[in-house]
Design a protein around this ligand. Structure first.
Ligand code: NAP
Length: 162
């Protein structure tokens, strides 16, 4: 397995699917992951290249280690899963929805990055697909969570352009 193998969690639609498509075009081996097997199969059918897929729920923290072990070694991790929770104008933001945003958009990213560490090859990187997530992970690190969350520091780096 080389650094050319990229795992895209949330690769069955949206920004993750677009990322997978671009990486395949550039010659990367790509594994797309998501919760819905049918959605993954439809995504696979729309893509060309060296592509694999894995059903995985990043909210199911206890199963992540096993899921990554099944994927095997890889060079880059793209975290593109998410939800619409916690978005909107601050003045009218619903705090319950904001909490759901942390639960669906921060914890799964950190947990997936942490679970991926044993499989990430030296020199490999984990990259949230959007900057807000990276900022949240940096905030966690600033809050003193850095020692228990090495994944967060790695997650703030981005894939190189080639
Ligand atoms: N699209 C954009 O242009 C864009 C731009 C900037 C930021 N973002 C952010 O990127 C994130 C994704 O947005 P999107 O538009 O790409 O959404 P989307 O089309 O709904 O795609 C979300 C992807 O994540 C997967 N997913 C969701 N929860 C998951 C979980 N717990 N475990 C594993 N996979 C999971 C989904 O598949 P399953 O439902 O089958 O699990 C799907 O593949 C959001 O947080 C959004 O705010 C998107």
């Amino acid at each position: 397995m080389s650094l050319q193998h990229v795992v895209v969690i949330g690769g069955s639609s949206g920004i993750g699917l677009a990322t997978a498509k671009l990486l395949l075009k550039q010659g990367y081996t790509v594994t797309i992951a998501g919760r819905d097997g049918e959605k993954l199969a439809a995504a696979k059918a729309s893509l060309d290249g060296d592509l694999r897929s894995v059903v995985l729920d990043a909210m199911e923290l206890s199963t992540l280690g096993e899921a990554f072990a099944a994927i095997g070694a890889f060079g880059h991790l793209v975290l593109a899963m998410g939800s619409g929770h916690g978005a909107g104008a601050f003045a009218t933001l619903d705090m319950t929805d904001l909490l759901a945003g942390f639960q669906t958009k921060l914890i799964p990213h950190a947990a997936a990055a942490q679970a991926a560490l044993p499989l990430l090859q030296p020199g490999g990187r984990a990259s949230p697909s959007f900057r807000r997530s990276a900022r949240r992970l940096r905030c966690l690190a600033r809050l003193g969570l850095r020692p228990s969350m090495p994944a967060s520091r790695r997650s703030c780096r981005c894939l190189p352009p080639n």
